[in-house]
Design a protein around this ligand. Structure first.
Ligand code: GDP
Ligand code: IMO
Ligand code: MG
Length: 426
């Protein structure tokens, strides 16, 4: 088996700039793959000032002639899928070949209603702050073995049969538990049959397709959604998403064998952001947080919610590097730090007078960050093309991260556009 597969993951709480890094790597990639999550993702790609936000489709869709795959681990919202395809077509950007796994589960309208109803039920203080895209309830059905898969949409008779069973249960839950209106079979079936017809040309056996691609020497890039700290097992549970966002999810979510792994690329934002509820030790609710939000444009690509902002958390980063076995870092949004008098980095947590440099999720809420202060820079770096042309303090910051995280920074983001990137070998 050839080692032709790279996995790219968000190393924090999502929105690290994964879309931009995938797009930047594009020329050296043959196959782009999403392996988990769904339309809760929002991956921004900007080429020549024009912005595209991919929610479900892989961020390589702008490359002509390349293969883009939605793996079995993704939960597919057919409406969103078709909308994104249509939008690309209208802009004449539907140049890649797109295949979606027949085994991927389908986000149905009742999943979205349940997602929102469950948030209301959790109530203030216990809400997760989900994106409302039906992700959690769809994965619940998958693991409860009640889900509908993409292949089920292709056969109207089978769909009717499966959907009527599913709806019987869902309507009881909707009406009796959540005081919602029941859904009629026709109301759900009619659009679902239509989705099936429109999706049919894209559906395939993606695990075989990917295996063959690797065997024939093609380079495959698995594009993680969300971030490691939102991983269902290894994240800040219960304030997480419902899938395996870490590198390991790349295998179950595609059917590729572990033996084909080459690099694990951690996308790290030069500071920290989080959208939704849950602990975030370095969150800054004051001037620094506001400045990072404003300068970094830190508003959700899916929901438009303001992101919580703060300094880089090295404790959390070391944790996520270990968990992913990440051996390369893509450091994004360095330009956002320009103009900061000083830059702080959280190197340890403190609780009840005791310091630790390890993440303990049970008490993460109670941790206070211990900061180390580094020098800032004023020079505009948005046009820098080499590491050497960065101001000395910016170079020091990169080296500090390499040392602390234990992996080389092979890409540095100096602005949102595809070209605003210092590539050191990625
Ligand atoms: P993703 O979910 O990890 O793909 O990240 P998002 O697209 O949700 O959020 C990242 C935001 O930062 C987007 O608006 C990007 O256009 C932008 N971005 C990515 N890299 C850089 C960078 O190096 N500098 C700046 N200023 N913006 C960046
Ligand atoms: P990308 O791929 C940031 C967060 C939500 C919420 C939690 C659960 O763009 O980095 P969900 O709807 O998944 O059940 O919500 O996860 N979340 C994200 N945060 N970036 C994302 O995706 C996210 N996808 C989900 O805000 O806290
Ligand atoms: Mg995003």
């Amino acid at each position: 088996m050839k080692n032709k597969v790279d996995i790219l993951v968000g190393a924090q709480w999502g929105d690290e700039g994964k879309g931009k890094v995938v797009d930047t790597m594009g020329p050296n990639v043959d196959v782009f793959v999403r392996y988990q999550g769904g339309a809760n993702a929002g991956h921004t790609v900007i080429v020549d000032g024009k912005k595209v936000i991919f929610k479900l489709l892989p961020s390589g869709m702008l490359y002509p002639g390349k293969l883009c795959v939605i793996g079995n681990g993704v939960v597919v919202d057919p409406e969103q899928f078709l909308k994104e395809v249509q939008e690309l077509r209208e802009r004449r950007q539907d140049r890649a070949c797109l295949v979606v796994s027949s085994l991927a589960h389908v986000v149905m309208p009742y999943h979205k209603i349940l997602d929102k109803a469950q948030e209301v039920f959790r109530g203030k203080g216990r809400m997760i702050g989900t994106t409302g895209r039906g992700i959690g309830p769809c994965y619940v059905d998958k693991y409860a073995r009640n889900g509908l898969r993409v292949e089920d949409l292709l056969d109207a008779d089978r769909l009717r049969e499966k959907l009527s069973v599913a709806l019987e249960e869902k309507n009881r839950i909707l009406t009796k538990l959540y005081n919602e209106k029941p859904m009629s079979l026709d109301e759900v079936l009619t659009p679902a049959v239509e989705w099936g017809k429109n999706l049919a040309p894209y559906v395939g056996n993606t695990s075989e397709l990917l295996y063959d691609a690797v065997e024939s020497g093609k380079r495959v890039l698995l594009e993680g959604a969300q971030g490691v700290l939102l991983d269902i097992d290894h994240g800040t549970y219960p304030y997480v998403t419902s899938s395996s966002t870490s590198a390991a999810g790349g295998f179950t979510g595609t059917g590729l064998p572990l033996a084909c792994l080459d690099r694990v690329i951690a996308v790290v934002k030069a500071y920290t952001t989080r959208v939704g509820e849950g602990p975030m030790p370095t969150e800054d609710k004051g001037e620094i947080g506001d400045r990072l939000r404003e300068k970094g444009g830190e508003f959700g690509a899916v929901t438009g919610r303001p992101r919580r902002c703060g300094w880089l958390d090295m404790v959390a980063l070391r944790y996520s590097m270990r968990l992913n076995g990440a051996n390369v870092i893509a450091l994004t949004k360095m330009d956002v730090l320009t103009g900061m008098k000083e830059i702080k980095v959280c190197t340890a947590y403190e609780r009840n007078g005791t310091k630790t440099d390890r993440v303990d999720f049970l008490v993460l809420e109670e941790y206070r960050p211990v900061f180390e202060t580094l020098g800032g820079w004023d020079e505009d770096i948005s046009a820098c093309e080499t590491f050497e042309s960065l101001p000395a303090a910016a170079q020091k910051y990169v080296e500090y991260i390499e040392k602390g995280a234990g992996a080389p920074v092979q890409l540095i983001g100096t602005g949102p556009d595809r070209n605003q990137t210092i590539n050191r070998g990625l």
